[in-house]
Design a protein around this ligand. Structure first.
Ligand code: NAP
Length: 269
């Protein structure tokens, strides 16, 4: 089953983005895949072609650098590729007390999770509205609902993504362009290791990325506003019933180190 449509996925070489790319490949979509690591891009392109994608265009681009989202857009336009579906998946976090984490790292995270996402949405949504067709999937998070101590900047970027997406869904309501926010909880990807948070309590109960991707894919393709990962609806409801400091106290526990049983049977933190 081949379509003539092209999907652009940022962050397509790992985790949720890679699983989303595989779902599109299996449905016969052409793909533009974006990440920084060139070897992983080549390997992922091969995998996607083996799984049915008729054409895969890998583009190495660091979206944590200002100006690169615009360069990416121009490079794709020069190749005469029309993007019918945009998936803004690339994202990152940095764990630790805000007084100690790297400001440089956090400004790069804001550039990646927020500014580049807004930039690509602006450019591709305009084209989609002009053609009166298209779909956009934005990677939000359970953190969109929860101010999260020890991951404060990341959670704030995801609150931005959800608010931004919900506002645009309303702006798009009289068009054939749809937008969907995917809301994963802790998911078994490279995210926590990259964020230096591999030992936090949130990693004790993680969903697999193929499960999360499938929920996002189905909601995106049926034009639903939100796709919520399994088990996360109750957390969202609970968060809405508490004040922000109560939510922050709850979220903090998930960002603290797991208790590790020691050899003598006692517990260490
Ligand atoms: N895993 C979770 O628990 C979880 C929960 C909620 C939401 N999310 C969100 O889901 C999305 C995907 O995360 P994941 O868990 O699948 O993460 P992941 O396994 O770490 O994959 C991240 C992907 O983004 C790319 N990427 C990272 N930094 C980039 C940059 N500066 N420029 C371009 N590409 C970049 C990576 O490739 P390169 O390193 O080669 O660039 C990789 O392809 C993120 O937006 C994340 O915030 C994840």
């Amino acid at each position: 089953m081949e379509t003539n449509q092209t999907v652009l996925i940022t962050g397509a070489t790992s985790g949720i983005g890679k699983e989303l790319a595989l779902l599109f490949a299996k449905e016969g979509y052409k793909l533009v895949i974006v990440a920084r690591n060139k070897q992983k891009l080549e390997d992922t392109a091969d995998l996607l072609k083996e799984n049915g994608a008729p054409q895969v265009t890998p583009v190495s681009c660091d979206l944590s650098v200002a100006g690169n989202a615009q360069r990416l857009y121009e490079e794709i336009r020069e190749r005469n590729i029309t993007v019918n579906i945009l998936v803004n998946d690339a994202g990152a976090g940095e764990h630790g007390p805000f007084k100690e984490t790297s400001l440089e790292e956090e400004l790069a995270i804001i550039q990646l999770n927020v500014a580049s996402l807004v930039h690509l949405t602006k450019l591709y949504m305009r084209e989609m509205v002009e053609r009166n067709e298209g779909r956009i999937l934005q990677l939000a998070s359970i953190a969109s609902y929860q101010p999260t101590p020890l991951l404060a900047v990341y959670a704030a970027t995801k609150a931005f993504v959800l608010s931004f997406t919900d506002a645009l869904i309303n702006e798009l309501k009289d068009t054939n362009v749809t937008m969907t926010a995917l809301i994963p909880g802790p998911t078994h990807t490279e995210f926590f290791v990259r964020a230096h948070a591999e030992n936090v309590k949130a990693t004790e109960n993680m969903e697999e990325p193929d499960v999360v991707a499938k929920i996002g894919f189905e909601a995106l393709m049926s034009g639903k506003p939100h796709a919520i990962a399994p088990g996360m609806t109750s957390q969202i409801v609970m968060s809405s019933l508490m004040n922000n400091q109560q939510v922050a106290a709850m979220a903090r526990k998930q960002m603290e180190e797991k208790e590790v049983p020691s050899e003598d049977g006692s517990t260490q933190i």
